[in-house]
Design a protein around this ligand. Structure first.
Ligand SMILES: *[C@@H]1O[C@H](CO)[C@@H](O)[C@H](O)[C@H]1NC(C)=O
Ligand SMILES: *[C@@H]1O[C@H](CO)[C@@H](O)[C@H](O)[C@H]1NC(C)=O
Ligand SMILES: *[C@@H]1O[C@H](CO)[C@@H](O)[C@H](O)[C@H]1NC(C)=O
Length: 355
């Protein structure tokens, strides 16, 4: 039999646990998801309006210097990060020799102090605000990147969203010519044919998590703007054509709903739904419905995909990550741990950057 001191301490333990369970939320600060203040929302709105006006001005002047200088279209690389851009040397090799064909923009969470960013990213940081998973802040950050790229250079015709854990799987020239075509005639016409440019974004209605994620903000909250039949899922990383980048920063209707905080934090991935849902409602035929960024979801940990580590890096890995079932080979892959940099640099010249 248990002696009474044991019973007393057990009772004490149980009652203390119960008190803690019921009172803790009032005593301890519980972590609330990051919400977006009205001031931040208005500031973004002003940025998006400026970018929209600048783009329509550029369109009205028909990029008048076009016929004189024969400029080539550019790809805007948008890096969304909350830590150091550790693969900078790899990206530097990737971009090398292709000046005038790309621009880089970085949105870095201001609450994180980055260590001395690589020269490639110097002066490429846009005014950023805090970001956090399971909150609409990742949507806002991606929209700010799009708006800054639209404002900065009217020659940006494609917008590729990437993170610090992404790597390229091909050379820059391969990706550039896959997007714009490879003849000088096609490149010259890229500006006049941009209404036909396709966006590469995954858009799916098959995801088994869709019902739970639709009601993450509460039942019927998404109505009437987003009926369940129109709700879509897709990967967070995409390549958008310019008209779709504009569509995204002009949107107010869907944003009103997607900016609301989730009540069910286990089903809260707003950035995986906002972009696919919006583009699927507005221009599904203009989208590939698949992404060109390879992610390995075979074993997910805490909502994160498989992270490749140095022993896994090999030429065979790169070749297998490129393989896709679509018209295009994958352009980028994630996620790679920071210490993969050296093994990746070793195979960059002969494998990654050779097509
Ligand atoms: C938008 O443009 C106006 C006028 O140039 C400027 O005052 C304002 O700061 C800009 N907004 C943002 C968020 O950049
Ligand atoms: C995907 O990740 C799993 C481990 O989670 C690994 O066994 C597999 O080889 C990876 N697939 C590819 C194509 O790299
Ligand atoms: C391509 O399709 C096959 C058959 O559906 C599937 O097993 C394979 O995983 C797909 N490959 C990629 C890279 O998605």
């Amino acid at each position: 039999m248990f002696s009474s001191p044991y019973i007393y301490s057990l009772a004490l333990f149980v009652s203390l646990s119960l008190i803690f369970l019921f009172l803790a939320p009032q005593i301890l600060p519980i972590k609330h998801p990051l919400t977006i203040s009205l001031a931040d929302d208005l500031d973004d709105l002003s940025l998006f309006r400026n970018a929209t006006i600048a783009s329509s001005r550029a369109a009205a002047s028909k990029i008048s210097h076009l016929s004189f200088s024969n400029p080539k279209p550019k790809i805007a690389f948008l890096f969304l990060t909350n830590s150091d851009l550790v693969f900078a040397p790899l990206w530097e090799s990737f971009f090398s020799g292709n000046e005038h064909l790309y621009n880089i923009y970085v949105h870095a969470d201001p609450s994180v102090k980055l260590n001395n960013p690589h020269i490639l990213f110097k002066d490429r940081f846009i005014p950023a605000k805090r970001t956090e998973r399971a909150s609409p802040t990742l949507i806002s950050a991606a929209r700010r990147l799009l708006a800054n790229a639209l404002l900065d250079d009217p020659l940006n015709l494609y917008f590729a969203l990437l993170s610090q854990t992404c790597i390229p799987l091909h050379s820059f020239q391969y990706i550039y010519h896959s997007l714009f075509g490879d003849s000088s005639w096609k490149l010259f016409n890229a500006f006049s044919t941009q209404s036909k440019h396709q966006s590469f974004i995954e858009i799916s209605s098959e995801d088994p998590n869709l019902p739970k994620r639709y009601i993450a903000r509460g039942k019927n909250v998404m109505l009437p703007e987003v009926p369940y039949e129109d709700f879509r899922a897709g990967s967070q990383f995409f390549i958008l054509a310019k008209r779709h980048a504009l569509l995204v920063i002009k949107d107010k209707k869907l944003w009103r709903k997607f900016r609301l905080p989730c009540r069910n934090m286990n089903s809260c991935y707003p950035e995986e739904h906002y972009f696919p849902t919006l583009l699927s409602m507005e221009d599904p035929r203009g989208c590939s419905l698949y992404t060109l960024t390879r992610v390995n979801w075979t074993e997910t940990v805490n909502g994160h995909p498989h992270t490749y580590r140095p022993p896994e890096v090999s030429p065979e890995l790169i070749y297998s990550l490129r393989q896709s079932n679509s018209t295009y080979s994958y352009f980028f892959a994630r996620k790679f741990s920071a210490d993969c940099l050296n093994p990746l640099m070793d195979i960059a010249p002969d494998v990654i950057l050779r097509d």
